[in-house]
Ligand binder design. Sequence first.
Ligand SMILES: *Cc1c(COP(=O)(O)O)cnc(C)c1O
Length: 469
Amino acid sequence: MKYRSTRGGMSPLLFSDILLEGLAPDGGLALPETLPQVSAEQLEAWRKLDYASLATEVLGLFIDDIPREDLNRLTQAAYAPGVFDSPDVVPLKPLYGKTSLLGLSQGPTLAFKDMAMQFLGQVFEYVLTKRGTTLNIVGATSGDTGSAAEYALRGKKGVAVFMLSPHGRMSDFQRAQMYSLQDPNIHNLAVKGVFDECQDIVKALAGDLEFKSAYRLGAVNSINWARIAAQIVYYFWGWLRATSGPGQKVSFAVPTGNFGNILSGHLAREMGLPVAKLVLATNENNVLEEFFRTGVYRPRSAAQTHATSSPSMDISRASNFERFVFDLVGRDAGKVAQLWKQLEQQGEFDLSELKPQLESRYGFIAGVSTHQDRLKTIRSVYDETGVLIDPHTADAVKVAAEHADPDTPMLVLETALPVKFADTIREATGQIAPVPAHLQDLPSLPQRVQVMACDASLVKDYIRQHAEI
Ligand SMILES: *Cc1c(COP(=O)(O)O)cnc(C)c1O
């Protein structure tokens, strides 16, 4: 299995080669040359597997430069009992009618990003050890991604993490979660600035090519192919748990920001998984809902991006969307390159001539959920079922209900636990979101964080002193 760029300007590479890279050299994103196909018989044979073994099977289709027994060791470690707070790793939780939650938030940071990051941590360590090299991950976070990366990479050999966060601007829970890590290879840098300034520092470091190569800087952003591949596994898992025989269809509803999660669902469907609909839910930042409604893709500026009560979906442009557009335009890399050039020059592109295919060929339907919708949905789900859901999951429950079909199971991807967004839960229901038992003492743990002025040269100095070399 070789990988190419969505824009055609990269010679074919193996999985391990693209693992540690960000964008392809031509500015595009890596994708497998051909998508592996899974037959109905194969799917039935997978019913008896546990989550880690299923991950070996699915990921094995995309990775042929890691021996099968090694890959199996990595998935067994990533999805081990004890890492996830459920014996199933990903539990299916019936809600009402044919609608269930697919529980992707049982990992160490209580959000779905753990699903891919835990595998990424294992496979990074494996590839770096094999190559006898090291990597220093530099990132900026306002919450979910940074903590998932830290929990996945803590204590791993050959890799250090430098995570910038805006000083004093994260929730108590998020701070406690990240700053309580005591592993020597995890460095929390609380920058006296806002999130965008943290991100500007990361960009400045990545743009300093001499510094970048001297300290082998890397990233774990949402365009990383290994993350997308690892997310494909739970669509197969969800289908296997929600059906009893071949050919039965299932729909998925996905709270969407950067289009990473639902892209994995699209790829699972293209691999032959019997998926009826892929229901894409956005919050007030509806750039993707607009595309699926009109065929016009019109990213917003930072100033036009709303801060909402489902903050992990507050995006202006959807970084993984290019991979879907590649399929939509018939896997024509020249066309993708042209569209993104147009995007740069005119700020939008128009694929409305392909709009009819979005639902009929690819199964996509999209909808928007607002703050009032979130509150109403959290409250009504709690009143009807006694289950508390987080605001992101609520966005998807709301849009899923608009497209429910009485004969088809609808799996709503639960992307975070309510305790992470306790204020909104209280606003909606008056309830205090429960803290999982193993995190009861989190607020009282000692915290380890370096506070620093908003200055790229200070961050550089810190990395010079603490990098893995
Ligand atoms: C990251 C995130 C999302 C959005 O996922 P994308 O892959 O960016 O579409 C939704 N909900 C939560 C809780 C998240 O952390």
